[in-house]
Design a protein around this ligand. Structure first.
Ligand code: NAD
Length: 302
């Protein structure tokens, strides 16, 4: 049986390397992006095909992947293209979206005999390039079975977590845990630096101790102490994920005061710093409040 033709909508920091993984696995890909010329440039570089609009990609594809900033863009794309969908197609919604929006889109697509699963990812741009993302998938088992070979071309772990929307609920809660760990670590580094501890050595100690987190391992030295702030994941996207997590807390009547505080601090960071910031710049709000900046220790002058 020939491999499905994949329409890939959203060739941003994650989508482009993910689409390249599909090409490496032998899939034919039709890329599309709202930024004029982005899909054509991707096609010229990789040998993929490109479409000038989402309906044009959807019309030709067997499997449609959406990798867009939020559910707002996903809903806009799918609703505008509804008449274009054909029975038998499947949509793999891989953005970190809102479960309730995804469920409602799934119901509209089901009316046209089009299947939908959600399969958001974790691992960032580096693991998107390597094809080693962690995927949290939601949907009926037969649709997940059908999607698995395509997902496996981009990932090493696929967790089936429940029905449609469950993957996105898990993803938002994962990012809540990640952001809270980041913030706690940054505050600890600021306190330690003021006390006279070397923040670089503090990160080494955390990484050998119970305070170790993904942020202590992969973010503090690399993006904060270095002042590079270029991880490739936007602060606005992190705030969106925290908002989804807090919406879930509200919808399930689960008090989550610590998480709410974390979300408020992220919202303050976005409001204060403005658009286009990296999520590791979340550290800046703690630095502003503390009145000091984290950095590698300066070398003593020779
Ligand atoms: P991005 O902003 O780099 O890319 C999004 C792409 O979608 C852009 O190229 C943009 O032009 C395109 N786009 C926007 N609206 C569109 C539309 N209506 N039609 C077609 N294209 C449109 O974002 P990203 O970092 O690639 O993130 C994508 C999703 O993956 C988000 O939901 C994010 O939360 C999630 N995510 C990101 C990372 C990361 O490290 N960057 C990691 C895991 C998950």
């Amino acid at each position: 049986m020939s491999l499905p033709l994949i329409g890939f909508i959203g060739l941003g920091r994650m989508g482009e390397p993910m689409a390249e993984c599909l090409l490496r696995a032998g899939y034919r890909v039709i890329g599309q992006d709202a930024v004029p010329g982005r899909a054509a440039a991707f096609a010229a570089r990789t040998g993929a095909m490109s479409a000038v609009s989402a309906p044009q990609a959807i019309e030709q594809a067997d499997t449609i992947i959406t990798m867009l900033p939020s559910s707002r863009e996903v809903a806009a794309v799918i609703e505008a293209a509804l008449p274009t969908f054909r029975p038998g197609q499947i949509v793999l919604e891989m953005s970190s979206g809102a479960p309730d929006v995804t469920k409602s889109l799934g119901a509209k697509l089901a009316e046209r005999d089009v299947a939908m699963i959600d399969a958001p990812v974790s691992g960032g741009v580096s693991r998107a390039k390597d094809g080693t993302l962690a995927i949290m998938a939601g949907g009926p088992d037969d649709d997940l079975d059908r999607a698995t070979p395509v997902l496996a071309a981009m990932s090493t772990t696929i967790h089936r977590i429940g029905g449609l929307g469950a993957g996105q609920a898990m993803k938002a809660l994962n990012n809540l845990v990640s952001a809270a760990g980041f913030l706690a670590g940054i505050e600890a580094l600021l306190v330690g630096q003021r006390f006279g501890l070397d923040p670089e050595r503090m990160v080494d100690v955390l990484n050998a101790s119970t305070g170790m987190t993904n942020s202590s391992q992969k973010k503090f030295k690399q993006f904060v102490l270095s002042r590079k702030f270029d991880s490739g994941f936007g602060l606005d996207l992190m705030l969106k994920d925290l908002t989804i997590a807090l919406d879930l807390a509200q919808a399930t009547a689960t008090p989550a005061p610590f998480s709410a505080h974390c979300r408020e601090l992220a919202a303050s960071s976005v409001a204060f710093l403005g658009a286009g910031r990296d999520h590791t710049e979340f550290a800046r709000i703690s630095e502003i409040l503390a009145g000091s900046e984290l950095h590698f220790p300066t070398e003593p002058e020779a």
